[in-house]
Ligand binder design. Structure first.
Ligand code: BGC
Length: 484
């Protein structure tokens, strides 16, 4: 049996080169992270716009569900196509195409004169956000230096939370004039900026090297790290690891054990990220607040905006921590906190309603969102950009992203019926139980990837797969520990 290559740990960065390379990569990452803004804006805006769409198009409750659901189903479709296209044609052109589809969808929805056109627009928007939701972390992970990959990829989630908060504020500002067309159409703005910005950014060096374009990979790295920064060590590592070899690796087959393990982790976390209830809060926060005693609309809106702010701030905290304390620590602490807050929330619902209980509900809900934002929110998208071997990265991320959007759809379609069926406290106790299930799953299976190069993460799975083979005792030693 061939020896398992020891994964590369990240050496201490050379401080003279950091400043320069840092600025370059941060500006590039911020541009690419606009993909997250589209995703967040649309997630948040639709709940406000639905109220007006109901009147404008005389929608029944079922049709309201269809208008929301068609975008979520489109997102699953977008994610499935985007992965294949990104592996075949590159991350950059696929991201530009995705942004264009989103812009088209936003414009069509904003101009819709009848239901069929509205649904077509929502479908296009869904395809766009589904593609962007996987391509943005993928692109960011592949351009980031290993030592700051966690923070840079999580810019995506920060953009998602900004998008959600922005959509609440815009929804609030436009509500008095019932301007649903503006609510839906304004999403086109970050879409245009994303497509324009991506035209100026390079393809990822990893994708170029994997497809044999070594000179272009070098040129891309120089642009990413800035002139004067020695990129040769990174180039050497890339060349050694990739090139024509990548396609023939056993783990390039989805069925291989070293590919199956990350698939289980990626898809498992994708489902848990949704079935633990986050979007019931994002979509229905004002309704939840009103039902629990914050009866005035302005108090409910204030509490909802507060939740949006907590989401942004705690995601920023995650960005600060993720390359310091690691992914596992954030994920496990976040899940434990979410579980406890959900139990508190369900208990508050059981106690009935009233102004005091309203604020108790708001407090536990904010704590729940805060723990999500510091853990499962960003860490899920980060991990799925890191854990798949390069040869299957696009398809692996697609699979996890599809699972995420389909679970999102299932939760959106079942939440209100479940509340009718078993009552609000029981629903949130179910989400709490699923959160504790997620905690056990993550504890058992999620690897620590902090400080490891993507090539080292790949070696980690090969080592784990061998470790499962009873007759291969030495491979146990090959499992890497992250850099201190
Ligand atoms: C999730 C979304 C959610 C958002 C909330 C993302 O990580 O994938 O479904 O709406 O976080 O901030």
């Amino acid at each position: 049996m061939s020896a398992v290559a020891m994964p590369q740990q990240v050496k201490s960065p050379d401080s003279s080169s950091i400043g320069q390379s840092h600025m370059h990569v941060v500006v590039i990452a911020l541009t690419a992270a606009l993909g997250g803004l589209l995703f967040g804006y649309d997630t948040g805006v639709i709940s406000g716009a639905l109220l007006f769409l109901r009147e404008a198009f005389h929608l029944s409750p079922t049709m309201l569900g269809v208008v929301t659901g068609i975008a979520l189903a489109g997102a699953a479709g977008g994610a499935s196509v985007a992965g294949l296209l990104a592996d075949r044609f590159g991350r950059r052109p696929t991201l530009i195409g995705t942004a264009a589809v989103f812009v088209a969808g936003a414009v069509v929805s904003a101009l819709a004169g009848d239901l069929a056109v509205l649904l077509a627009g929502r479908l296009l928007v869904g395809i766009g956000i589904g593609g962007a939701s996987m391509l943005t972390p993928l692109y960011l992970a592949e351009i980031a230096p290993a030592r700051e990959r966690g923070a840079l990829v999580s810019f995506n989630q920060l953009a998602v939370t900004f998008g959600i908060l922005g959509s609440y504020l815009i929804g609030y500002a436009l509500a008095s004039s019932a301007s649903w067309r503006w609510m839906l159409g304004l999403g086109a703005v970050p879409g245009v900026v994303l497509a324009g910005g991506m035209l100026l950014l390079p393809e990822t060096p990893r994708w170029l090297a994997e497809h044999g374009h070594v000179d272009r990979a070098r040129a891309a790295l120089i642009r990413l790290r800035g002139r004067g920064v020695d990129i040769e060590p990174e180039m050497k590592a890339l060349r050694a690891d990739l090139g024509s070899k990548a396609q023939t690796r056993p783990e390039s087959r989805l069925g291989h054990r070293a590919a199956r393990l990350p698939l289980i982790v990626g898809i498992g976390l994708a489902v848990f990220q949704q079935v633990t209830g986050i979007n019931t809060v994002i979509y229905f926060a004002p309704t939840i607040f009103q039902a629990s005693g914050l009866s005035s609309a302005s108090a409910a809106i204030l509490a909802t905006a507060g939740v949006g702010v907590v989401n942004v701030v705690m995601t920023a905290v995650a960005i600060w921590l993720v390359d310091r304390v690691g992914r596992r620590m954030l994920l496990l602490t976040g899940l434990a906190g979410m579980g406890v807050s959900l139990c508190a929330l369900a208990t508050a619902f059981m106690m009935g309603s009233g102004p005091l209980l309203g604020w108790l509900t708001a407090g536990s809900l904010a704590a729940y969102v805060g723990f999500f934002a510091v853990g499962l929110g960003p860490v899920f998208w980060l991990l799925i950009s890191e854990i798949f071997p390069l040869a299957i990265r696009g398809r692996g991320m697609s699979a996890a992203t599809i699972a995420n959007w389909l679970s999102n759809l299932v939760v959106a379609l079942t939440f209100l019926d479940l509340v009718d069926l078993v009552g609000r406290p029981a629903v949130f106790f179910i989400y709490a139980a699923l959160t504790f299930g997620a905690l056990l799953f993550a504890r058992a299976l999620v690897p620590e990837t902090r400080g490891l190069t993507l090539e080292a993460v790949e070696a980690l799975w090969v080592a784990r797969a061998k470790d499962e083979t009873p007759h291969d005792p030495e491979s146990r030693e090959a499992i890497p520990t992250p850099a201190a």
